[in-house]
Design a protein around this ligand. Structure first.
Ligand code: FES
Length: 108
């Protein structure tokens, strides 16, 4: 499998999340305040909620349903009720293209 273009870098606002789907995998793409782009599994591990609908703060995104915040760099939840991590995917930036291969997990 190869990486697919999921959006343009210029489409991503700072401290905002975008839900994309690649090969049936829902991915939450976030451009943080340092302009770093992160890609994590979009489904909260506590319930069937899109993390992209949550709140970005620094290097975390908070699920709006019950408040678990997930690290954008490790995928780990930082507080209950979620206790299982979400996957973290490698992101490639090529010019203005954001590319993700859901088969490639980021080295943590
Ligand atoms: S569904 Fe996300 S914290 Fe409960």
């Amino acid at each position: 499998m190869t990486a697919s273009r999921v959006c343009a870098l210029s489409e991503l606002e700072q401290d905002a999340a975008l839900r994309v789907e690649v090969d049936g995998v829902a991915i939450c793409v976030v451009r943080d305040s340092n302009d770093e782009v992160h890609a994590i599994g979009d489904v909260c591990t506590h319930g069937d909620i899109s993390l992209a609908e949550g709140f970005v703060e620094g290097e975390t995104i908070e699920c709006w349903a019950h408040g678990s915040a997930f690290s954008l760099t490790t995928g780990k939840p930082l507080n209950l009720p979620a206790y299982e991590p979400v996957p973290v995917f490698a992101v490639t930036i090529d010019g203005d293209d954001v590319l993700i291969d859901p088969a490639v997990k980021k080295e943590i």
